[in-house]
Design a protein around this ligand. Structure first.
Ligand code: C5P
Length: 321
């Protein structure tokens, strides 16, 4: 595409995700945790507009909380694409404007999705196609969940979350996202899990205190109502749970309160997404999702209603235009 001045442009929608389930399987020697997760794409998205400019690579963002320097994953994605297409030194000749709708530090993967959008768009803008395998390699260097955002839809993620297996698209569902007034750092959430796990292990070794510690951590699990069984029958619903939810809720009790309220508002399933802080509820109708959003948008929280999207819709949204 070209803008009014005849310069090349590319626009890519970077969709959010939720984790329908997130189980930690083992501590890895590279400092990461092994995962078994099911990612699900949402229609909620940031928009990246890229165009050719003179001089050094630049990022603009309408959210003051979002860095625009080389710590932004979009900058790092652009630098890796620049190298992959055979250019030397620092990336040049392009500006990316990020219009943010996905909240920061929310567990919705906004930064990772923006990075994947940059991988998909920058090669086209610079006039050199990035082969799929190269795009995947760049994605996994940038973060554990960036690779998911190359294809989206519903996918099982193993290892760091970057060994991906596409799953059948789910029946479309309405999703209410409740955004607390605080964010959670991914690194902190995993660290809290480790700390609490070590505590629970020690408590288990001394039976008199074990129950108390386990009970204290167990209060904020996501719950799947029987009515959701038909909708999610192709998934291992008995295992749906977010292992990061209890350690985060132990430090931020509002998370557990939101999960409980979403259930009372007839959510078919409710849980924290990823490492938080956003909590999602899945609803069978838009009316129920909107009613829950109205109920929960208090006490400094925001609530957004969106939809799940399948792989084909995701491909259409993330294709550079
Ligand atoms: O990959 P990403 O940069 O999003 O991860 C941020 C931090 O979250 C990692 O440095 C690591 O501490 C933690 N993490 C983890 N296991 C994962 C994903 C993230 O321990 N599978």
């Amino acid at each position: 595409m070209a803008n009014k001045q005849g310069r090349a442009t590319a626009t890519v929608h970077a969709c959010a995700k939720i984790n329908l389930t997130l189980r930690l399987t083992e501590a890895r020697s590279d400092g990461y945790h092994g995962l078994r997760t099911i990612f699900q794409s949402l229609a909620l998205h940031d928009t990246l507009t890229m165009w050719r400019t003179r001089g050094p690579f630049r990022i603009e963002c309408d959210d003051p909380g979002c860095p625009t320097d080389r710590t932004n994953l979009v900058w790092r994605a652009a630098a890796l694409v620049w190298r992959a297409i055979g250019r030397r030194g620092e990336p040049r000749g392009a500006t990316v404007r990020i219009t943010k709708r996905i909240p920061l530090q929310s567990g919705l993967g906004g930064g990772s999705s923006d990075a994947a959008a940059a991988i998909l768009g920058m090669g086209q803008l610079w006039g050199a196609a990035v082969p799929r395998a190269v795009a995947h390699r760049i994605a996994t260097r940038l973060g554990a969940d960036v690779a998911f955002f190359l294809d989206g839809g519903t996918a099982l993620g193993l290892e760091r979350g970057d060994l991906l297996f596409p799953l059948l698209d789910l029946a479309p569902a309405w999703v209410t996202l409740v955004i607390p007034p605080f964010g959670v750092s991914t690194k902190d959430a995993y660290q809290w899990f480790d700390e609490d796990d070590a505590l629970a292990q020690r408590a288990q070794d001394s039976p008199s205190t074990g129950e108390g510690v386990r009970g204290g951590l167990g209060g904020a699990r996501g719950v799947l109502a029987a009515s959701a069984v038909a909708r999610y029958r192709q998934l291992p619903i008995g295992e749906f749970r977010n292992d990061l939810q209890a350690p985060v809720a132990a430090r931020q009790p509002d998370i557990a309160r939101i999960v409980r309220t979403l259930r009372r508002q007839d959510a078919e399933y409710a849980a924290m997404s990823g490492s938080g802080s956003v909590v999602f509820g899945i609803f069978g109708s838009r009316a129920l999702a909107v009613r829950a959003a109205r109920k929960l948008a208090t006490a400094g929280r925001r609530a957004v209603v969106t939809r799940t999207i399948g792989r084909a819709a995701y491909a259409a949204m993330s294709e550079p235009k």
